[in-house]
Design a protein around this ligand. Structure first.
Ligand code: PLP
Length: 472
């Protein structure tokens, strides 16, 4: 399998060549040159596979430059009952016939990002062991991504994680989850500023190409292709769990932010999984819902971006969305480059008057948005009717999913985090705090390990340099 760029400016590369990189050199995103198509006979065999065996079948179609036995070992090491609390890895919970929740949040940080990130940690380690290189992961987080990356990379030799977060702006739970890690290769840096300051520092450091090269700076942000492809697996797993045979179609409802999760659903559908609708749910930050309803993609400014009670979906633009537009244009890299020359300047594009807008339905996408009142009402309603507690992001997915539900088509709502992470909103909805999974009871009281820094890219560079020397 070769990988190409959505903007056409990258010679075809292998999986291992794109594994550690973020953007393609031309500013675009890596995409498989073609989607592997799954036959009816293969799908039949896959139905009875365990999660790791299914993951191997799917991933090996996208990763052909890691020997099969090595890839199988990496997958088997990653998807264990020990790490995900359950041998099913992504158990399906049926609320009533035809309405299901796919549990994606039983990994170490209680959010779906662990499913991809845990594999990424093992893939990175494998790759670095082969080359003898080091990697310093630099990231900015306002919550889930940072902790998921840290729990995936902790204790891995040759890898350090430098994670910037806005001081005092994350929930106590999220802060404790990250800052309580005592691993020597994890560096939590609380910045005296807001999330955007953290992101600006990451950009400034990454734009210093000499520093970046000298210190082997890399990222784990959501545009990483390996993360997308790891997420394809649970669409298949969820489909098999919710159906009896492969003539049936299902729809998936996906709480969306950067379009990473639902992009994996799109890939699964392109491979031939019988998905009727991919139901995209946003919160008040509805840039994606607006596109799927109107054909206009209008990235928001920072000041237009709201802080909501489903904070992991608070985005101003969706970093993986370009991948879908690449397919929608019939893989016309020139057109994508043109559209994103506007987006990269903060401008909108409008497809409403082009045939592309009508073509969206051929890809199964529909959308809707949610807001605080709707998400609280949904949490309460699901709790009262089924005695099941869901988190705020999953509630946005269920709210929008149910609005698009069709009789005869099972609806699978992706659970992207556990309610324990967002106890305030849960208490508002149902009048009590959610239970915590075993091992998390005492989280906020554990000793914390972090440094505090000003909004100053040079100070961060100095810190990285110093820590690399100390632990060389
Ligand atoms: C990251 C995240 C999302 C959004 O996923 P995308 O892949 O960015 O669309 C939704 N819910 C939770 C809990 C998340 O952590």
């Amino acid at each position: 399998m070769q990988y190409i760029s959505t903007r056409g400016g990258m010679p075809p590369k292998s999986f291992s060549e794109i594994l550690l990189s973020g953007l393609s050199p031309d500013g675009g995103l890596a995409m498989p040159a073609a989607y592997p198509k799954i036959t009816a006979a293969q799908l039949e065999v896959w139905r009875s596979l365990s999660y790791p065996a299914l993951a191997f079948e799917i991933l090996s179609r996208f990763i052909d430059d890691i020997p099969a036995d090595d890839l199988r070992n990496l997958i088997n090491q990653t998807y264990t009952a020990e790490a995900f609390g359950n041998a099913d890895i992504t158990p399906l919970k049926t609320l009533e016939p035809g309405l299901h929740i796919l549990g994606l949040s039983n990994g170490p940080t209680l959010a779906f990002k662990d499913i991809a990130m845990q594999l990424l940690g093992n893939l990175f380690q494998y790759q670095l062991d082969k080359t003898g290189d080091e990697l310093n992961i630099l990231g900015a987080t306002s919550g889930d991504t940072g902790s998921s990356a840290e729990y995936a990379m902790r204790g891995k030799h040759g890898i350090r994680v430098f994670m910037l977060s806005p001081q005092g702006k994350m929930s106590r739970f999220q802060t404790a989850q990250m800052f309580s890690l005592q691993d020597k290769n994890i560096f939590n840096i609380a910045i005296r500023g807001v999330f955007d300051d953290c992101q600006d520092i990451v950009k400034a450091v990454s734009n210093d190409h000499a520093f970046k090269q000298a210190h082997r700076i890399g990222t784990v942000n959501s545009i990483n292709w390996a993360r997308i492809v790891a997420q394809v697996v649970y669409y298949f797993k969820g489909y098999f769990a919710a159906t009896k045979n492969n003539d049936e179609q299902v729809s998936f409802a996906v709480p969306s932010g950067n379009f990473g999760n639902i992009c994996a659903g799109h890939v699964a559908r392109m491979m031939g999984l019988p998905i009727k609708h991919l139901i995209l749910a946003t919160n008040e930050n509805d840039v994606l819902d607006e596109f799927f309803r109107t054909g206009v993609y209008r990235p928001r400014t920072t000041t237009e971006t709201q802080h909501t009670s489903s904070p992991s979906m608070d985005i101003s633009k969706a970093s993986n969305f370009e991948r879908f537009i690449f397919d929608l244009t019939g893989r016309n890299a020139e057109q994508v480059a043109e559209l994103w020359s506007a987006v990269d300047k903060g401008n909108a594009f409008d497809l409403s008057t082009t045939p592309l807008f009508a073509a969206i339905k051929d890809y199964g996408f529909v959308s809707g948005n949610s807001n605080h009142a709707a998400r609280i009402a949904t949490i309460r309603d699901i709790y009262q009717r089924y005695h099941v507690l869901i988190d705020t992001h999953t509630a946005d997915g269920l709210k929008v999913g149910q609005a698009h539900q069709e009789s005869g088509v099972p609806l699978i709502c992706l659970e992207t985090a556990l309610p324990a992470k967002f106890s305030e909103s849960i208490a508002e909805a149902v009048g009590r705090e959610p239970e915590r999974p075993a091992g998390f009871e005492n989280l906020e009281n554990l000793p914390q390990r972090y440094v505090v820094k000003d909004v100053d890219a040079q100070a961060i560079k100095d810190y990285i340099e110093e820590q690399c020397k100390l632990s060389a």
